[in-house]
Write a protein that binds this ligand. Structure first.
Ligand code: SF4
Length: 250
């Protein structure tokens, strides 16, 4: 293994990156790292875009595979400290990229500069995959807590691990990802964890729709929008025909 392969690698995901090449997200193999995946009509497993889209590209898939192997290693050994440190390194790198770019854009007072100044540094956990273990959830929580200046968010169907994220630091927003198959469990999880928010995959377009489905271009959509990490919204809807995107980009 090369040194690079022994550490987790971040991704630059078009909707989340605050500018081209910004690596402010991390992904793992979809389904393999999704203990709460829902199967059948209306579920996330069949339509998840992480299984059908970008992650099928060989370079992306290899990165997800390497990250998954490393994550399994940390979790099997219960190495919460090691995983936390690896996640902190990724957040720090993304934040450094952010600061450098903001400085450059400040010279011309560009639109991007104003956007970066408004949003601050952002980091999304699991653009593909989910929380797999108590070690994983606690490491994510600690990493966020140690980097309060970076705004973080995640979507999860691993409701059994929510306790490990508690108390969630102020810079971490946790969305319960739900659909017709896991809605009962999601409601129970929400009752128990009122600090969480609810992301619905559903056929009707009721509720607050993710603006990606009402015309906001995908490129830097989350970086511009902010609903999922910088708003008082407590629920959001991802239309089912776009469920693949919702399961990952949302
Ligand atoms: S609602 Fe959430 S997923 Fe949709 S564009 Fe805004 S931040 Fe991104």
């Amino acid at each position: 293994m090369t040194q690079n392969q022994e550490r987790l690698e971040a991704s630059s995901v078009s909707a989340v990156a605050q500018f081209k090449g910004h690596e402010n997200s991390i992904g793992f193999l979809p389904l393999e790292t999704c203990p709460g995946a829902t199967h059948g009509t209306g579920g996330c497993a069949d339509v998840c875009y992480a299984r059908h889209g970008r992650s099928r590209m060989p370079t992306v898939k290899q990165r997800l595979q390497r990250n998954t192997a490393l994550l399994n290693g940390y979790c099997n050994e219960g190495d919460e400290r090691g995983l936390t440190s690896d996640l902190l390194r990724l957040i720090d790198r993304a934040t450094k990229q952010f600061k450098r770019r903001k400085q450059i854009e400040a010279r011309e007072q560009t639109t991007l500069y104003r956007q970066l100044r408004t949003r601050g540094s952002i980091f999304r956990f699991q653009w593909a995959g989910d929380l797999i273990s108590e070690t994983h959830a606690r490491a994510v929580r600690t990493a966020c807590e140690k980097r309060p200046a970076t705004t973080c968010w995640l979507y999860t169907r691993s409701f059994h691990l929510l306790e490990q994220l508690r108390p969630a630091p102020g810079n971490l927003t946790v969305w319960l990802s739900t659909d017709t198959i896991n809605e009962v469990e999601a409601r129970a999880a929400k009752r128990q964890h009122r600090w969480t928010k609810t992301a619905r995959m559903q056929e009707d377009r009721s509720g607050l729709l993710c603006p990606k489905y009402t015309g906001l271009p995908t490129q830097q959509a989350c970086a511009r929008c902010g609903i999922c990490y910088d708003s008082t919204a407590t629920s959001i809807t991802f239309p089912i025909k776009h469920a693949a995107t919702a399961a990952v980009a949302a």
